[in-house]
Design a binder for this molecule. Structure first.
Ligand code: AMP
Ligand code: MG
Length: 338
């Protein structure tokens, strides 16, 4: 198919909504990453999304709404704790999982009896959902397994000719996918860290459990609470190794082991001190800037045709936990501690 390239002006938003109303799939900007959207209430549209991405069918999609009134029809009921979270953090980078209602097509959540819902804050995403007046299923708009897209050109690189349209809304402001919390069981469970930090969740919910898959590789044969966690993710073609050490030790390690085929994935302030090609992911003490740049940096690594990538270890505080979670998957849990 020929992919249509759209801006985010009013006329193009109307065209994007028209394509979605006609059952098409459109990549749209959100504040987290670009999403590949389709009508969440139509199984045939949802299936097109899985096909375009090459996404395994048991990895469920997040449903995006633009008004709180769109939530209740999608779920069995909305407990007080869920509403309190929505009041505090929506619109924003938080996805809430609850038992699903019968209008959710089975294609969205595979064999699960729950559905993940989020209200994005990005104005373009909201305008498109408003204009459609139905909720949009939208996973990240990348080829499955590749780094998530944070610009329209990232989407183009992966999905040109595979989607009906791509709406360009500029660079995503958060740059990392939403926080995913499940309220489907007794104790709230954090399944994926993101822009809404564990501290921010605890403020509203009290105790939460952080799923083991946030930090660790899923054991062979274990069942993932969030199916997405079991798949290889965010991975450039190069071998990524995370070096857990001081900057001095990192520099020494690179001086001794780095070659002209390798890349240092480091912080902006460190470039002038390193002896091999550097690709940066944000500033040293600024996890928000690291989140904003990590996926673009992982794509640049591929462009540079690096053999091995030596990555700096991010601080796990605040949104830094989300940066760590993505980077450790890109590295297939390969960490060298010096
Ligand atoms: P993406 O849309 O590409 O950011 O991926 C969505 C993530 O949310 C994946 O890791 C999914 O496994 C997870 N997810 C979506 N719906 C559910 C659900 N009902 N239960 C558990 N995890 C979910
Ligand atoms: Mg994704």
């Amino acid at each position: 198919m020929k992919t249509l390239y759209l801006s985010n002006d009013q006329q193009d938003i109307a065209r994007a909504a028209e394509i979605l109303r006609n059952g098409g799939i459109v990549a749209i900007p959100t504040e987290t990453v670009y999403g590949l959207a389709g009508n969440a209430l139509r199984g045939d549209c949802v299936k097109k999304i899985f096909d375009a991405k090459g996404r395994p069918s048991d990895n469920p999609l997040i449903v995006h709404i633009s008004d709180i009134s769109q939530w209740a029809p999608l779920v069995k009921s909305i407990p007080e704790s869920a509403m309190a979270l929505a009041e505090k953090y929506w619109p924003g980078p938080l996805t809430v999982i609850l038992p699903k209602s019968d209008i959710i097509p089975k294609e969205i959540c595979g064999k699960l009896d729950t559905v993940a819902v989020r209200m994005p804050s990005d104005e373009t995403a909201r305008a498109i959902i408003d204009t459609c007046s139905f909720p949009l299923a939208a996973p990240s708009a990348n080829t499955s397994g590749k780094p998530s897209p944070t610009t329209a050109s990232h989407v183009r690189a992966d999905l040109d000719g595979r989607v009906d349209a791509i709406v360009d809304g500029g660079e995503c402001s958060v740059g990392i996918e939403s926080t995913v919390i499940s309220l489907a069981d007794e104790v709230p469970r954090l399944l994926r860290p993101g822009g809404i930090t564990p501290e921010m969740l605890t403020e509203v919910l009290g105790e939460i459990v952080i799923d083991d898959a946030v930090y660790n590789k899923l054991a062979d044969g274990a069942v993932a609470a969030s199916p997405g966690m079991k798949y290889k993710h965010y991975s450039p073609d190069a071998e990524v190794v995370i070096i857990k050490s001081s900057f001095e030790q990192y520099k020494k390690y690179i001086d001794e082991n780095g070659t002209s085929d390798d890349v240092a994935l480091c912080f902006e302030e460190e470039v002038s001190d390193l002896s091999i090609k550097c690709i940066t992911y944000g500033k040293k003490d600024d996890p928000s800037s690291q989140a904003k740049h990590i996926f673009d940096a992982l794509r640049q690594v591929d462009k540079a045709k690096a053999k091995t990538v030596f990555a700096r270890f991010p601080e796990k505080e605040g949104i830094g936990l989300a940066v760590f979670n993505r980077l450790v998957r890109a590295a297939a849990f390969n960490i060298i501690e010096l």
